[in-house]
Design a protein around this ligand. Structure first.
Ligand SMILES: [Zn+2]
Length: 523
């Protein structure tokens, strides 16, 4: 599946170095932290905080990076130099609170001065004297302060970003502000007279940039995130990044699920080919838009007590409603062929793996009895019995979903999402980790072989709707096919509500996150 993700995005661009006389630095950043990665296995990124924000941003920007966690790793010269002794990175992003040994500070100093790897430090992660010397500042103290960082003078890093860097974010009265003495750097922004963004030219192609602020809050502001992204460009000397300004990804859940046939409070007829064409495909075509559908390829067959392909189901349900999933499939096929519908995974069945044991069985139960309990219709956490779904069972359902979608639509889904946000979160059964291992590329956050971000379980995304992350918007009227059944004209209204936006698909966003951009050898 990852091959397809990689093949899904072709980045063709000419990289223009800012300083043409120098060889290009590697297009890769080393993010150095201490103990902010809560997962001792270095896989799941969760719990919020600036570290999760950095990972989310760098993946979304498409800037490749590695992570050096000093709580588990002894710093080694080979963290910075490759086999040939050349720089492995274009820049180091220093996010290390607390003590760092003199020897380790000397290694970073060598990496900057001898290997010409630029340095970017954020917030109060500048308490180490060796780091301060590289940045050309001296840390004195930090205190609560209400002043906003304001741009001073001309610089590439903050050009067009200001004047107030704390725009577009939470409205807070005060936050921690570092007070530093600038010994040998240019001040690019200050807050109430205290320098807050500084840049030092170590040599013609190497920079040391400090972006001050409260690490817990500073990256919640668009101006600060843009300053960080620009700093990476300035530090490496070039960049190829993706911006998601005014970009919306529409998502819709549930086509093919069994709830609409068997769950009393979620009952409606499956959408027909004509309904899909009229309410979805035609408006999408008219606006050059894409809709990403989280669909369910497996269906509970009561007569056989087994899971069967959804899109062959044609029956009258217990409420006397004709359910024609064959017609639904025709509508989906038409939309996929026209390039306006994208098929993603909403699990295999949208149902409990165990439909037999107490308080069941669900199989064959009366309509207004166990069958009316929503807990049976959740696949990756057992809401009916209030317990997690074991890892192997989850993995099987995830792999079945991808396999059956491939058989039914001829393409593998890149995104995974659980039905009804039913998720297992313990380390052993963590649904995000398992989805990453099953080969999916995104579930509310990046999923890959290197790491998985526990993103938002609903259809939105952290920082969605900013320059950095597209807005993942549950498609009106209600983010489900159910909404179309009740309000056939409700979906098309989204285009009037968001004039001037581009409506792209999830696969494109996932492709950028997995692009793994590299500098061509010999450049
Ligand atoms: Zn659902």
């Amino acid at each position: 599946m990852f091959k397809r993700i990689l093949a899904g995005v072709f980045l063709l661009a000419t990289i223009l170095p800012l300083r043409a006389e120098e060889p290009l630095k590697p297009y890769r950043v080393l993010i150095v932290i201490s103990d902010q990665w809560k997962d001792p296995r270095s896989f799941l990124v969760s719990g919020g905080g600036e570290f999760q924000t950095l990972v989310t941003m760098f993946k979304s920007w498409g800037i490749p990076f590695d992570i050096l966690r000093l709580d588990q790793t002894l710093m080694d010269p080979s963290h910075f130099a490759d086999f040939a002794g050349k720089a492995r990175y274009g820049a180091i992003l220093w996010d290390v609170p607390g003590e760092v040994s003199q020897a380790d500070q000397a290694l970073v100093t060598d990496a900057v001065q001898k290997l010409h790897i630029s340095l970017i430090a954020i917030g109060d992660r500048v308490r180490q004297p060796g780091i301060q010397r590289l940045l050309g500042i001296q840390f004195k103290s930090e205190h609560m302060n209400s002043a906003h960082p304001m741009v001073k003078g001309e610089s590439f890093v903050l050009r067009g970003v200001g004047p107030d860097l704390r725009q577009q974010g939470p409205d807070v009265i005060s936050m921690q502000r570092e007070q530093v003495e600038v010994t040998d750097a240019k001040v690019l922004a200050d807050a109430g007279g205290a320098a807050q963004v500084t840049e030092k030219e170590i040599d013609p192609d190497t920079r040391a940039i400090w972006i001050g602020g409260d690490p817990d809050q500073m990256l919640l502001y668009q101006g600060m995130r843009t300053a960080l992204r620009r700093s990476v460009t300035e530090a490496i000397g070039y960049s190829l990044t993706k911006s998601w300004t005014k970009t919306i990804i529409l998502t819709m859940d549930d086509m093919g699920n069994a709830q609409n046939a068997w769950l009393e409070h979620w009952h409606y007829p499956a959408l027909s080919e004509a309904q899909i064409r009229h309410s979805m495909v035609e408006p999408l075509q008219a606006h050059h838009a894409i809709l990403s559908l989280n669909i369910v390829p497996g269906f509970v067959d009561d007569a056989q007590h087994k899971i069967v392909p959804t899109w062959r189901q044609l029956f009258t349900d217990g409420f006397g409603t004709r359910q024609d999933y064959v017609s639904t499939k025709k509508g989906l096929d038409e939309g996929v062929a026209l390039g306006v519908l994208e098929i993603e995974s909403h699990g295999w069945t949208h149902m409990q793996p165990d439909l037999d044991s107490p308080p069941g069985p669900w199989w064959g139960s009366p309509l207004m009895d166990e069958r009316a309990e929503v807990g049976w219709y959740r696949e990756f956490y057992d809401i009916r019995r209030n317990r997690e779904i074991p890892a192997a069972e989850q993995k099987f359902h995830m792999e079945q979903s991808a396999d059956w979608i491939q058989h039914e639509f001829g393409q593998l889904p890149l995104e995974f999402s659980t039905g009804g946000n039913g998720i297992s979160r313990s380390p052993d059964n963590n649904t995000w980790r398992l989805a990453a291992e099953a080969g999916y590329g995104y579930y509310g956050g990046y999923l890959g072989r290197d790491l998985a971000v526990e993103g938002r379980a609903d259809s939105t995304a952290d920082f969605g709707g900013s320059d950095d992350v597209p807005l993942l918007l549950p498609a009106p009227p209600d983010g489900h096919d159910r909404g179309i059944a009740h309000d056939p004209e409700g979906f098309a209204k989204v285009f009037d509500k968001y004039p001037g936006y581009a409506f792209t698909g999830l696969d494109e966003y996932i492709g950028y996150q997995h692009a793994a951009v590299q500098l061509a050898s010999g450049a």
